[in-house]
Design a protein around this ligand. Sequence first.
Ligand code: ADP
Length: 226
Amino acid sequence: MIRFEKVTKFYNGGPAAVDNITLSIESGELVSIVGQSGAGKSTLLKMIFAEEQPSEGKVFFEDRDIATMNKKELNVMRRKIGAVFQDFRLLPKKTVYENIAFAMEAAGQSEENIVSDVPYVLDLVDLSEKMDNFPHELSGGEQQRIAIARAIVNQPDIVVADEPTGNLDPISAYEVVQILKKINDLGTTVILSTHNKEIIESLEERVITMDQGKITRDDKSGKYVL
Ligand code: ADP
């Protein structure tokens, strides 16, 4: 589904942020990318939705070289990707319901679909009762679960989560990862980056370890190593 072929990324003259990475992620996988701050995790994820371009090598999405896609094709690809960020990025003046409905409106979905699907995804993240609350009335963990609900409401093929637990206490972090696991169990490919050792070990899924832009380990049912 996603393939990196000898991908290197330099930011203006610095050392390689991602250094000659070759990697395949198949449909249906749950992959954790771990490594210390600055290891290149975020850069790797950004190249998946073409927020950054490789300096060398190629990134393929469903066997298409992303660099050869035109604007329209990039938009089609991005609609297949649900993004989750460390800082949640909810709209502060909209309620939980409106935040998710807004993502559906932006994707051109009908009011009928919105009315049925928003409650469905809120139930999936166990936050149905917060529908009419504003983001600032929720804990960090709850906000992140709403951000995940928003990321999946348009039924992407893949969810890419960059440090989704970075701002959370351990219990909230555990809950967020369990929700990502549940989404993966329902058939969505999930790629997340994290430095949270215990949580990732508990998943017993694939763990890719990065250090200074390189992959230093790729464990099928992983242990986290730094
Ligand atoms: P991680 O997500 O593992 O913390 P990043 O991909 O954010 O790693 O960063 C990898 C390296 O690239 C770091 O040395 C970082 O300083 C550098 N870097 C990341 N983004 C930029 C940018 N926009 N401009 C210049 N350097 C950057």
